[in-house]
Design a protein around this ligand. Structure first.
Ligand code: CP3
Length: 346
């Protein structure tokens, strides 16, 4: 397969800039809401036919250059035994958060191939249906998954997570060892099932200082990223609020590094170095702006990429719930129309 998305991941020339969106399947789409009226989020994930159908919705609706498997970064937490639920309107909630060494030791053994077999089945179905559009598999990075497991859900301050780092580092490290093993195994199983690219989501890592990142996160992210790389597929390493962490994220690994909108794309790319691909970085809220403003912002991202090989257009974070569907389609068309334009020509 020679898609422009795979080419860009490898910093090869493309006919125009590839584009896909994090959270491209979701509640802003009427087709997704219709399925969610009948099934919960977990029910969709557990039924491979349904997960595959939802994965394909944005591919059919918008002509994006990649499909991302419909799943959730917290699925591996289920066989670990932490009691995950998605409470209505509240996001993820865990009944048995991890706070002590005994809690870490009580985590159950996980075999991704069987315990998360429904994910692999969805991947196999999708590979049969997606002809020339590559399929992205994914997992959460150890830190971001650990933060949910320690906080018992979403968090703003990461108080329990950072308190554990600072007052019981042995417990935190023990949890990260377990999670990086499980997540590396999960990503490898997805690659064996047919994922052609994988993304590691470290969505909340920007809560940390560079030195805490280096001590508490880097070795564990590196383990997950390196095992996927050794399997021979391109690896995307994503985080938000990472302006001061980019050199360390690069050291941790990934063929492509995700940038959010807080740093201009060209500035972030310079910090990372020209010999790596980048993904990003439109502000998700730009899709709520009037079309001329949206277009100017899409063009600004493309202008900063300056036609260099190795740019994948995306948002700086996921599509938001009430995003106007027409603007999602408009962005895909704009990127394809104006993509890969060198600064001089733009
Ligand atoms: O289209 C895609 O990108 C694939 C599907 C996908 C989902 N979650 C489905 C989902 C992906 C890649 C994720 C990743 C994920 N899940 C992350 C990392 C990416 C990010 O956005 O930072 C995180 C932190 C989670 C954990 C999670 N899952 C939260 C915090 C929530 C609640 C958020 C909310 O808006 O309610 C979820 C639920 C979830 N996962 C939804 C979707 C489409 C929305 C819930 C629904 O349909 O009820």
């Amino acid at each position: 397969m020679n898609s422009r998305f795979l080419q860009a991941c490898r910093r090869k020339p493309v006919d125009t800039t590839p584009v896909w969106f994090m959270r491209q399947a979701g509640r802003y789409m009427p087709e997704y809401r219709a399925i969610r009226q009948k099934y919960s989020l977990l029910e969709i994930c557990y039924q491979p036919e349904l997960a595959a159908e939802v994965t394909l919705q944005p591919v059919h609706a918008f002509g994006v250059d990649a499909a991302i498997l419909f799943a959730d970064i917290l699925l591996p937490a289920i066989p670990l035994g932490v009691g995950l639920e998605f409470a209505k309107g509240e996001g993820p909630v865990l009944r048995n958060p991890v706070r002590t060494m005994e809690d870490v030791q009580a985590l159950r053994p996980v075999e991704a191939e069987t315990d998360l077999g429904y994910v692999m089945e969805a991947i196999r179905i999708l590979r049969g249906e997606l002809k020339d559009i590559p399929l992205i598999g994914f997992c959460g990075a150890p830190f971001t998954v650990a933060s949910y497991i320690i906080e018992a859900g979403s968090s703003r301050e990461f108080l329990n997570t950072k308190r554990m780092m600072y007052s019981a580092p042995d417990v935190f490290h023990a949890l990260m060892v377990r999670l990086s093993d499980v997540l590396a195994d999960y990503l490898m199983a997805q690659i064996r099932a047919g994922a052609q690219v994988v993304q590691v989501f470290d969505s909340w890592v920007g809560a940390l200082s560079p030195s805490d990142y280096e001590t508490f996160v880097l070795p564990y992210s590196q383990k997950v990223l390196t095992s996927a790389k050794n399997a021979g597929v391109p690896v995307i390493h994503f985080g938000t609020n990472t302006t001061t962490l980019l050199p360390l994220m690069r050291r941790a690994g990934g063929d492509v590094i995700g940038l959010d909108w807080r740093i201009p794309l060209d500035v972030g790319w310079t910090v990372l170095g020209d010999d790596i691909a980048v993904q990003g970085n439109l502000d998700p809220v730009a899709l709520f702006a009037p079309l001329p403003e949206l277009k100017a912002r899409v063009q600004d991202v493309l202008f900063r990429a300056n036609g260099r090989p190795g740019h994948i257009f995306n948002l700086g974070h996921g599509l938001l719930q009430h995003t106007p569907v027409d603007n999602v389609k408009a962005v895909v068309d704009m990127v394809h129309e104006y993509g890969c334009v060198r600064a001089a020509a733009a």
